[in-house]
Design a protein around this ligand. Structure first.
Ligand SMILES: [Zn+2]
Length: 161
């Protein structure tokens, strides 16, 4: 099997914002539908790394509820069938909310192997980058008075056992 490597720039991955400690990407679906895209945010704060994703989750709005009239190729019948089908699907969703309190939804983003690897690599490097940025900033913010050049020596002497 041919080994694939993450690409730079990465196909299917677009960096949209970079604030050092917070980076945003758009991972596009290969079908071209923007609502299938994943918006990825990798963020670091005092509690650690947060990976936040946004996408449009969907109900099974597309589900065919009945196959009656399939043999009749009439545009009017087709339109009426679509309207009835959509009405049933939407009512089913409303009914699920009323009776269960939740609805079943799903989201998918189609990627080929290369894009999936780029996605994984983007996440990996973004985590390392924001963490590094945070650590560098903490080091800069620490007052120099608290960091004498001989700090290791002082601590070793103070806490010597
Ligand atoms: Zn798609």
């Amino acid at each position: 099997m041919k080994t694939i490597k993450p690409e730079i720039p990465a196909a299917g991955i677009m960096k949209t914002s970079d604030y050092g400690d917070s980076k945003y990407y758009r991972i596009s679906c290969q079908c071209g539908q923007p609502s299938d895209d994943i918006i990825l945010n990798v963020d670091v704060d005092d509690h650690g790394i947060t990976v936040h994703t946004w996408t449009t989750v969907k109900t099974c709005w597309w589900k065919e509820r009945f196959n009656t009239f399939d043999s009749i190729h009439n545009p009017l019948i087709y339109t009426l069938k679509r309207i009835a089908n959509d009405a049933i699907n939407r009512t089913t969703v409303i009914w699920q909310v009323l009776t269960k309190g939740y609805i079943e939804m799903e989201a998918w983003t189609m990627m080929d192997k290369q894009q999936a690897l780029n996605f994984a690599h983007t996440l990996e490097t973004a985590i390392a980058d924001v963490d590094q940025f945070r650590n560098d900033r903490k080091t800069k913010e620490t007052p120099t008075l608290l960091k004498p050049d001989n700090v290791d020596e002082v601590l070793t002497d103070t806490y010597k056992v």
